[in-house]
Ligand binder design. Structure first.
Ligand code: SF4
Length: 225
C-alpha cells in the first residue's frame, strides 16, 4: 500500500468538494479559486461555533474533544475534526485508553454542518475520512459517527460501512492523480450547479460568454483593429 509523505497531504475537507463536483474541488484546491456565498459564510460560522468553548470537556462517561488535528498517511490527507467524542466502553467492548482515565473508550467523530441532511453522500464521506484518520492515528476501529446539522439542530447517525470507506479511498486516489497533473476536469452542468459556491467563476458557465481577451484576439486576427 502506498504511503504518502507529509508534504504531499491534501486537505481532508476537499473530499466533500470532490464528492459534490470534481471540478469544484480542482478549482478550489488546485487553482485556489474561492467565492463566498451565503452557504459558505453560514458554514464557516457553524464551524467556528463548533470550535468555540473548551477544547476538552468531560461529562459522566463521555470526554468531548474539539479541533483535533488528524491525518492518514495511507490516504494522503490531513485536516481537523470539529468534535471527537470518547464514550466509555461497556464491559467486553473494545476501545482505546485515555491518559489519566480508567477503562476503555470508543472513538466517535461528530462533524458540524450548516443546513440540513443532503441527498448526496458528500458530508458522510468527509466524516468517514475523519474516522479512517482517527483509526490510523489511534490504532482502533470506528463503526459510527454523527453529522450535526444547523438547520434541523439534529444529528444524523452514520455507519462507517465498507462501501463508504472504499468510496473515500477512491476519491483520495483520484484527488492525488488530478493534483499531481494539476488537472481541472470539465464537468457537464447539473442542477447541483445552482447551489455551487463557484458557479460564477466556473469555466463551463463563463465559456458560454465571450471573454474580453478572446474578443480582442479574434478582432485583431480578423483585421478589424
Ligand atoms: S458550477 Fe457546476 S460544474 Fe462548475 S464547479 Fe460548480 S458544480 Fe461543478
Amino acid at each position: 500500500m502506498k504511503v504518502y509523505n507529509e508534504e504531499d497531504y491534501l486537505m481532508l475537507s476537499g473530499i466533500q468538494h470532490f464528492a459534490f463536483c470534481p471540478r469544484q474541488w480542482a478549482l478550489i484546491h488546485i487553482e485556489n479559486q474561492w467565492e463566498e456565498n451565503v452557504r459558505t459564510v453560514e458554514g464557516n460560522i457553524m464551524h467556528k461555533r463548533a470550535h468555540d468553548g473548551p477544547q476538552i470537556e468531560t461529562r459522566k462517561n463521555l470526554v468531548v474533544s474539539r479541533q483535533i488535528k488528524v491525518y492518514s498517511k495511507y490516504l494522503g490527507i490531513s485536516g481537523i475534526c470539529d468534535v471527537v467524542e470518547f464514550k466509555k466502553c461497556k464491559k467486553g467492548e473494545e476501545g482505546i485508553r485515555l491518559y489519566g482515565r480508567e477503562g476503555l473508550y470508543k472513538v466517535h467523530p461528530v462533524e458540524y454542518k450548516k443546513g440540513e441532511p443532503k441527498e448526496n453522500n458528500a458530508d458522510r464521506l468527509q466524516l468517514v475520512a475523519q474516522a479512517i484518520c482517527l483509526e490510523e492515528m489511534m490504532c482502533t476501529r470506528i463503526e459510527e459517527g454523527d453529522l450535526y446539522y444547523g438547520t434541523t439542530k439534529r444529528r444524523e447517525h452514520v455507519k462507517i460501512t465498507d462501501s463508504l470507506r472504499q468510496e473515500v479511498e477512491n476519491i483520495c486516489l483520484q484527488m492525488h492523480k488530478y493534483f499531481d497533473r494539476q488537472y481541472t476536469p470539465n464537468i457537464k452542468r447539473t442542477k447541483s450547479c445552482n447551489a455551487c459556491s463557484l458557479k460564477n467563476i466556473c469555466l463551463p458557465q463563463l465559456s458560454k460568454k465571450k471573454s474580453v481577451h478572446n474578443y480582442i484576439l479574434k478582432t485583431i486576427k480578423d483585421g478589424e483593429l
